[in-house]
Design a protein around this ligand. Structure first.
Ligand SMILES: Cc1cc2nc3c(=O)[nH]c(=O)nc-3n(C[C@H](O)[C@H](O)[C@H](O)COP(=O)(O)OP(=O)(O)OC[C@H]3O[C@@H](n4cnc5c(N)ncnc54)[C@H](O)[C@@H]3O)c2cc1C
Length: 337
């Protein structure tokens, strides 16, 4: 049975099919509600249900405590309607948002899977229908069949210009339901690709850009830089990338090449150096290095990508250094489970 959802006060109406989440239904019909992780963990898609009943789904107690459920809030990425609904639309206008790209699902094929560092792997996926996306967006990749399929979110590392062969940078977690299978995935293995998703994509403009990532958070940063280099973007880019040791820094040659095509300052910063590591670059966490190197964040557009605690800490630091909230974009890599 399908239900109707009305957004208040705008009056926009959309249908939610049987078994569908409210967020999926909205995106399918071209209504770009606000959302983040799509797994009930980040609470970006928390909306007030003014009228009607919902099944809250798998929203975590951390992102949606009982008191908020009692007050009528729901996470739309997990919630399914049990009646027609009236939902308060709390989207903030974004003057620099690009036209909405409707997510779609297709079956692709795994290409090369390459280990880059102790934990990071690059995975190529060929898709039969070119995927239109903005640099910085993510896709959901599914391994397996039917209800048993494992879905995980991964940000594209390739530029949108390479729409038929996508590349992803994955942190391999031993035992992880998706990444734990990386070394046994045969070339040509089917992988379902659903997307694009996300609003932390590279905005147009003439402000200098500050990017900060740790671990596989480098994936959307690479996509944005590759895209900018391909378009001859004249802005100044400063990239802070945090890792433990020199061997944890992938794509060193590519960063050198990108610096010949962009006004790019790449600042890898290491916080797990050992006595025998040869290193003359920045030392410390990304937060410590940004604290030292950035006096005034006001001029920048900033993109923070990777582990949520890092994004939150660096976000607070940049706001304290004068960055305006609407110039700050987060790609928080919440774990699915
Ligand atoms: C919008 C978005 C974009 C993302 N983009 C990327 C990306 O480009 N590259 C990438 O590698 N990840 C990305 N992630 C994170 C990734 O989707 C999750 O880490 C996912 O849970 C990994 O699945 P898995 O099969 O490896 O491990 P799971 O089976 O999900 O988890 C196994 C165990 O590891 C823990 N765990 C899961 N992820 C992490 C982690 N990152 N660090 C430490 N412990 C963890 C879990 O809590 C669990 O205990 C993104 C997440 C979001 C929400």
């Amino acid at each position: 049975m399908s239900y109707e959802v009305e957004l208040s006060p705008g009056g926009e109406v959309f249908e939610v099919a049987d078994g569908e989440t409210i967020l999926d239904a909205a995106l399918r019909q071209g209504i770009n509600l606000q959302y983040g992780c799509r797994h009930g963990n980040c609470s970006t898609c928390k909306y007030l249900v003014e009228d009607g009943e919902v099944d809250f789904g798998r929203a975590s107690a951390y992102s949606l405590p009982d008191s908020e459920r009692d007050d009528g809030y729901a996470l739309l990425c997990c919630a399914k309607p049990l009646s027609d609904l009236l939902i308060r639309d709390n989207r903030r206008p974004d003057a620099r948002a690009k036209p909405f790209l409707r997510p779609a699902e297709q079956t692709g094929a795994v290409g090369a899977c390459t280990q880059l560092t102790d934990e990071l792997w690059e995975m190529q996926v060929a898709v039969p229908t070119p995927l239109a996306f903005y640099a910085g967006q993510f896709a959901e990749l599914g391994l397996g069949d039917g209800d048993g399929r494992t879905w995980r979110s991964y940000s594209m590392a390739s530029a949108p210009a390479s729409a038929s062969t996508l590349s992803f940078l994955l942190k391999r977690i031993p035992g992880g339901a998706f990444s734990g299978r990386l070394d046994s995935l045969a070339a040509g293995a089917p992988v379902t690709v659903r997307g694009p998703f996300g609003s932390s994509y590279l905005r147009d403009g003439d402000r200098p850009v500050l990017m900060c990532a740790i671990g596989s958070g480098l994936s959307p940063v690479l996509s944005m830089l590759r895209d900018a280099a391909g378009r001859g973007d004249p802005r100044a880019f400063t990239v802070f990338y945090g890792a433990k040791r020199p061997g944890d820094l992938p794509y060193r040659e590519e960063f050198a090449t990108l610096a010949t095509r962009l006004d790019l300052r790449y600042v890898p910063t290491l916080d797990g150096l050992q006595a025998d590591d040869a290193w003359t670059g920045a030392v410390g966490t990304v937060t410590q290095t940004i604290q030292r190197e950035v006096d005034n964040a006001r001029p920048f557009d900033a993109y923070l990508c990777g582990a949520p605690p890092m994004c939150d800490t660096v976000g607070r630091l940049l706001l304290a250094k004068g960055l305006a909230e609407h110039q700050l974009f987060f790609d928080r890599f919440f774990a699915a489970s």
